[in-house]
Design a protein around this ligand. Structure first.
Ligand code: IMP
Length: 179
């Protein structure tokens, strides 16, 4: 279906599942090369990254650890700009290669907050892997954002882990809000 309704909003198809999965396979190949002979810690940012994290980790062939953190910063389609940690970071990141896995980097406020917290533990390296990235919404450059699936316009999107008021995370495809 190309147009769907979630609560009070209409959305149109932006990305097929096969397009997403092809891109994830390529990111996996890149990570396997970049982290050869290392043992990175992947930290998924809940809730939005849960599907991306699962599909991405199936492509990873280097030894690795998997952790999750949970932050909440959004209400509906608008950023409220404050970040609440619901599940905190693991405490053993000293000297580790950390890869933070996000569903989307929008303003960059959430990821910047998480990156700053990770650095406090003196890791060996910190990189961010985000499925989606809205360059037009980014408030300040995020140097650590080295792996991105797709750059998308500054529209609100749902599906493949991303929600609208808690709904739509289960959709296989990614949809964007129709104004
Ligand atoms: P940022 O702090 O503005 O970069 O926003 C990051 C978080 O906001 C993401 O992890 C998502 O949970 C949420 N978010 C940002 N843009 C969207 C969107 O278009 N759809 C659904 N959630 C979004």
């Amino acid at each position: 279906m190309n147009t769907i309704q979630i609560a009070d909003k209409k959305f149109e198809l932006l990305m097929e599942n096969e397009t997403i999965n092809k891109r994830i396979r390529l990111i996996g190949i890149q990570l396997n090369v970049d982290y050869e002979d290392r043992c990175p810690v992947f930290i998924g940012v809940l809730n939005g990254s849960f599907i991306f994290m699962g599909d991405l980790l199936k492509e990873i062939e280097v030894p690795c650890e998997v952790e999750f953190i949970k932050v909440s910063s959004y209400r509906g389609t608008e950023s409220i700009g404050t970040i609440k940690e619901v599940i905190g970071l693991p405490e053993n990141l000293g000297n580790r290669d950390v890869i933070i896995v996000e569903d989307i980097v929008d303003t960059g406020i959430t990821i910047k907050h998480i990156i700053d917290q990770v650095y406090l533990q003196k890791p060996a390296s910190v990189k961010v892997c985000s499925l989606l990235y809205k360059p037009a919404a980014l408030r300040a450059p995020v140097e650590e954002l080295q792996y991105t699936g797709f750059e998308i316009p500054n529209d609100f999107v749902v599906g493949y882990g991303l929600d609208y008021n808690g709904l739509g995370r289960n959709l296989k495809e990614i949809y964007r809000a129709i104004l």
